[in-house]
Ligand binder design. Sequence first.
Ligand SMILES: Cc1cc2nc3c(=O)[nH]c(=O)nc-3n(C[C@H](O)[C@H](O)[C@H](O)COP(=O)(O)OP(=O)(O)OC[C@H]3O[C@@H](n4cnc5c(N)ncnc54)[C@H](O)[C@@H]3O)c2cc1C
Length: 411
Amino acid sequence: MKGVRGKSQVIEAEVLIVGGGLVGATLACALDAAGLASIVVDHADPAALIDAGFDGRASAVALASQRMFSSLGLWPAMAAEAAPILDIRVSEGGSPLYLHLNHHQMGEDPFGYMVENRVTRRALFERLPRLPSVRWLAPARLAGLTRSSSGVEARLADGRRLTARLVVAADGRASAVRRDAGIRTVGWPYRQTGLVFTLGHEVPHGNVAHEHFLPSGPFAILPMTGNRSSIVWTEKRDLAAHIARLDEAAFLAEVERRVGDFLGRLEVLGPRWAYPLSLRFAETALARRLALVGDAYHAMHPIAGQGLNMGWRDVAALAEVLAEASRLGLDIGDVHVLRDYQRWRRFDNLFMLGVTDVVNRLFSNDIRLLRWTRDLGMAAWGRVGPLSRMSMRQAMGTLGDTPRLLRGQPL
Ligand SMILES: Cc1cc2nc3c(=O)[nH]c(=O)nc-3n(C[C@H](O)[C@H](O)[C@H](O)COP(=O)(O)OP(=O)(O)OC[C@H]3O[C@@H](n4cnc5c(N)ncnc54)[C@H](O)[C@@H]3O)c2cc1C
């Protein structure tokens, strides 16, 4: 295995990862497992990123993503704070018809786990400095990046130079690396905001994930450890700004109206976060010695809790393609190698962007005829075996051509 060599001011590795968020940091761990050395550069201070005030989100970690975390040895640091999702119940405000998916229909495993992003980041940030083949530079600012036929060279604001065979953009939906490479994106803002907070409740949630479709957007109640749930409340943008500023009593009253009484007495725990929602898709996942992963490649509506899982699928596929190329003695930055990655991930990402967009549009309105059709469709969907099994495998992340890491296998 080639290691990272610090030669005075030059740090060398095989892969340079720009952005050490949930996707970029996981990629570094996966590359390490494949024997590929990497440098991770993030402009944010890691201590700030795991601070409780930075990110209030808890993410649905699909079963396949959890298998990857297990095979990378990260899961033990997350397991105690992960709540399994055993059932999924999708309904439309007030309708007696609903879609119910039960994990027993697929076997013993849960659909996935709800894990606070802070917990996943902490597991990754504890691991990165212990991996001898990873150089983690954060906070560090990239001052220049050039990609040529022979390799990648980058310069940090403090003067250090980095060299690699490939650069991976994992710097999020506003990716500067993608922009500087001239890769265009298609997309649009949703006139919706995701309000996120933790709800404490008297009655246990029974590990059921609820998605209520309301006219302004989906309202998700997702099980966390203890008698707590993570709420992702999609609301019209203007109204969301007003709701986010309500005093505690008025805010709780709005929450109670939407949740109902099945969880008993409710309490909003901690702060409220607001995330503007948008769709963005890069017209290509690659350029000379460059690959895009995670939100830098595709940013989607959180309606299905799939954005991050799609990013982790990118990670598993890219790590597998690069490991295979390296074993065969190929140049891992070669366009033919990167095309294998793009072929593997393009349709899956496009499909999920399409599904989340269409479902959000179809359900975020109060047109009566559509309501009836939706309610009947949802109830019928759950009764058609192949359709409900497909939905369950999608939620578990086991549908389609799954990379080895997502099957819990080593690279
Ligand atoms: C309300 C909401 C709920 C969601 N729930 C779920 C869910 O349940 N399940 C799910 O799968 N997904 C969910 N998602 C989607 C998920 O949060 C994102 O897909 C995920 O955070 C993307 O991770 P990333 O690492 O690609 O990007 P980011 O999280 O944006 O990370 C990018 C990293 O790059 C760094 N960076 C940025 N620019 C630079 C630069 N120029 N130089 C160096 N570093 C840089 C940043 O500091 C950051 O660390 C949700 C999204 C929202 C908005």
